[in-house]
Design a protein around this ligand. Structure first.
Ligand SMILES: NC(=O)c1ccc[n+]([C@@H]2O[C@H](COP(=O)([O-])OP(=O)(O)OC[C@H]3O[C@@H](n4cnc5c(N)ncnc54)[C@H](OP(=O)(O)O)[C@@H]3O)[C@@H](O)[C@H]2O)c1
Length: 331
C-alpha cells in the first residue's frame, strides 16, 4: 500500500480558519464528516483518498459519532485504522470529534443521555478510533427523560478525565442549549460548540439559535449544508443509481428530492449567474452567516470534495443575490 506524505504547503493560505465562539480553538471553514462513505459497505480506498485530499487542503477537522457506518461503529473503526497508519504524526494538527446520543447497542444503556451510556460510549469510540482522546465530545441529541445536569455532567467528566478536550452539543433547540451552556459553565467546562443542521433548505437555526450562540460565545458547525446532496447537481436530472437518495437508506428520501427539486433548479440558476456550482454556492451561503464557524460536509468521492472546496473561493453575496435566493426558496 502506498504511504501518505502530507502536502507540505497545506497551510499556505488555501484554507481559512475561524475562531470557535470565544474559545482559543480555530476550525477550518470546511470540515469533513464521516456519517456516510467510511462504513464497511463503502470503498475504503476512496475513503482514504478523501481523508488525504482533505488534510492536504487544510481540512484539519474530522467529525465522527459512535453510530456512523453502516454498520454503526464501522466509520470510527475504518477511519481509526487510516488515522493510525497515515496521520499518527499529524495528531496534534487534527481536531477530531465524536458523539453519543443515538442508538448504539441493545439494552437500557445503549442510547440517549445517561452518564452510564455517554461515558461508556466515549470509551468505545476511543477504542475504535485508536486514540487516547478526542478533541470535541458531543451529546448528539437532547434526552427528554434524563436530567440535563446528568448528561452535561458526563460531558464535563469526559473533559476533566482527559478523554476529550472540549464539550459540545448537537441538535439542541435554543432554549435548552442555553440551560446546557450554563450547567457546563458552572462545572468549569464551557461548551465549545453547537452542531445543528443548517442549509438553504433548512433554516431553523435562524429562528433564535444563532443569536443565542453569538451572545453566549459558543461556536457553530453546521451539518448537512448540502442537504445530503440535494443542493448539488446530483439530482437535477433525476435520482442517479449510486446516490444517497437511491440507496433507500431512509436518510434522504426520493420524495424529499421530488418535493424540493424546483427550488434546487431555481437556486442552480442563481449559482450559474454567480459563475459557480450550486454546491459551492450552498456551502458559501452557510459560511456567510456570522454565527457559523465551520460547515461540515460529506463527500463520497475525492471529486465531490474538490468541488466543495471551491466554496472557499466563492464571491461574496450581494444584497440582491441574497434576496433572489430568499425568493427562490419561497418556491
Ligand atoms: N449531529 C448530527 O445529528 C448530524 C447529522 C447528520 C450529519 N452530521 C455530520 O455532518 C456531516 C455531513 O452531513 P451530510 O453527509 O449529510 O452532508 P452534506 O454535505 O449535506 O451531504 C453529503 C452528501 O452529498 C453528496 N455530495 C457531496 N458533495 C457533492 C458534490 N459536490 N456533488 C454531488 N453530490 C455531492 C454525497 O452523497 P452521494 O452519496 O449521493 O454521493 C455526499 O455524501 C456528517 O458526515 C456528519 O459528520 C451530523
Amino acid at each position: 500500500m502506498m504511504t501518505y506524505t502530507a502536502d507540505k504547503d497545506r497551510y499556505d493560505g488555501r484554507m481559512n480558519y475561524r475562531r470557535c465562539g470565544k474559545s482559543g480553538l480555530k476550525l477550518p471553514e470546511i470540515s469533513l464528516g464521516f456519517w456516510h462513505n467510511f462504513g464497511d459497505i463503502d470503498d475504503l480506498g476512496e475513503a482514504r483518498a478523501i481523508m488525504h485530499r482533505a488534510f492536504d487542503a487544510g481540512v484539519t477537522h474530522f467529525d465522527f459519532a459512535n453510530n456512523y457506518g453502516p454498520p454503526p461503529g464501522s466509520a470510527e473503526t475504518n477511519a481509526g485504522a487510516i488515522l493510525k497508519q497515515d496521520f499518527s504524526q499529524h495528531r496534534d494538527e487534527l481536531t477530531i470529534s465524536t458523539k453519543a446520543g443515538y442508538h448504539m447497542w441493545d439494552g437500557p444503556y445503549g442510547e440517549w443521555g445517561s452518564r452510564k451510556y455517554i461515558l461508556s460510549s466515549l470509551d468505545q469510540s476511543l477504542n475504535r478510533l485508536q486514540l487516547d482522546y478526542v478533541d470535541i465530545f458531543y451529546h448528539h441529541r437532547p434526552d427528554p427523560d434524563t436530567p440535563l445536569e446528568e448528561s452535561m455532567g458526563a460531558l464535563a467528566t469526559a473533559v476533566i478525565s482527559g478523554r476529550a478536550l472540549y464539550a459540545g452539543i448537537s441538535n439542541y433547540p435554543a432554549e435548552l442549549a442555553v440551560k446546557a451552556f450554563k450547567i457546563l459553565r458552572d462545572m468549569g467546562v464551557p461548551c465549545l460548540i453547537h452542531q445543528p443542521r443548517y442549509s438553504l433548505l433548512d433554516r431553523w437555526i435562524e429562528d433564535g439559535l444563532t443569536d443565542t450562540l453569538i451572545e453566549e460565545g459558543v461556536g457553530c458547525i453546521t451539518f448537512s449544508p448540502l442537504a445530503q446532496g440535494l443542493l448539488t447537481d446530483r439530482y437535477l436530472k433525476g435520482v442517479p443509481e449510486n446516490s444517497r437518495a437511491a440507496k433507500e437508506s431512509g436518510f434522504l428520501q426520493r420524495s424529499e428530492v421530488e418535493q424540493e427539486i424546483s427550488k434546487v433548479i431555481a437556486l442552480n440558476e442563481i449559482a450559474q449567474e454567480r459563475g459557480e456550482s450550486i454546491a459551492t454556492m450552498a456551502l458559501a451561503w452557510t459560511l456567510h452567516h456570522p454565527a457559523v464557524t465551520s460547515t461540515l460536509i460529506g463527500a463520497s468521492s475525492v471529486k465531490q470534495l474538490e468541488e466543495n472546496l471551491q466554496a472557499l473561493k466563492s464571491p461574496a453575496f450581494s444584497k440582491a443575490e441574497l434576496l433572489k435566493i430568499d425568493q427562490a426558496l419561497k418556491g
